[in-house]
Design a protein around this ligand. Sequence first.
Ligand SMILES: C[S@@+](CC[C@H](N)C(=O)[O-])C[C@H]1O[C@@H](n2cnc3c(N)ncnc32)[C@H](O)[C@@H]1O
Length: 281
Amino acid sequence: MRFPPRAGWLLPQHWGFLPHLKRSPLTTFDSVAVVGALRLQCRLQYDQRTRFWSEFLSNTGRPAHKWTHYFPAYERHLERFVNQPVTLLEIGCGRGGSLQLWKRCLGPFARIVGVDIDQRCSSFEESQIEVRIGDQSDPGFLASLVDEFAPLDVVIDDGSHVMSHICASFDALYPHTTGVYVVEDLHTAYWPEFGGSLGGHTFIERAKALIDELHADYTHGALAPTSFSQSTLSIHVYDSLIVFEKGRHVHKHAPIIGAEPADRRAAYRRAARRLITAFKP
Ligand SMILES: C[S@@+](CC[C@H](N)C(=O)[O-])C[C@H]1O[C@@H](n2cnc3c(N)ncnc32)[C@H](O)[C@@H]1O
């Protein structure tokens, strides 16, 4: 239902889909209850679409620092973790506000782990929030995070934004991530002070190669399937933000389903057979 509802929805003749209203005349109580329920429903749907954005805008806790255009992506990729017993690990605590933001958005069962090189971030610990101090490019430190917190449902890399650091964290943590891996602020991939340059050894170039790797099954052996290709369902590239969605592939196949005239069905089947022979996993 759209929000706000069209005024027409408020007229009793549009409420016929409610069975008990068809049988009995509308009472004042009914009208108030139905209008209330409709408004609540609209409100809930409206809020759920902007949960992360609303929490960010109304933040009165520690300061959080995020680009506004990331929020639709957070809503899209993190909504399914709300009220679930998840572990979210964020590299880069800043001033502590984003850790509190994830805690408020994800609800009472979420375990939030903040990672930072700055010792002062230890003070951000509170109920549901733990902080570990170390360098996101240090394989030993990353292994200790895996030992202590894996499996990780969500990882958000908002740390140094240095290309080699992003890659080191990705190499160590991605295999132990089960849900979503987010890399923020990738405009730094074009900035030399972060190890960036157009077409250089950047995480953007790495992500381009990972798009090929995701399709390894279709490359006639040019690329061997990897743990990445077998555990990644999708790669979403936004302005300065890349989101990897993990999951298990089931049998890949493309059935034709539906009714159609026999001659067209035969033609489609011939074309489909050509496509399927081209796909030799
Ligand atoms: C952009 S701030 C994080 C902002 C925070 N996530 C927020 O949304 O409010 C980046 C943080 O990364 C930390 N950092 C920088 N280099 C790091 C490294 N090599 N390893 C871990 N953290 C690092 C900095 O100390 C800083 O707190």
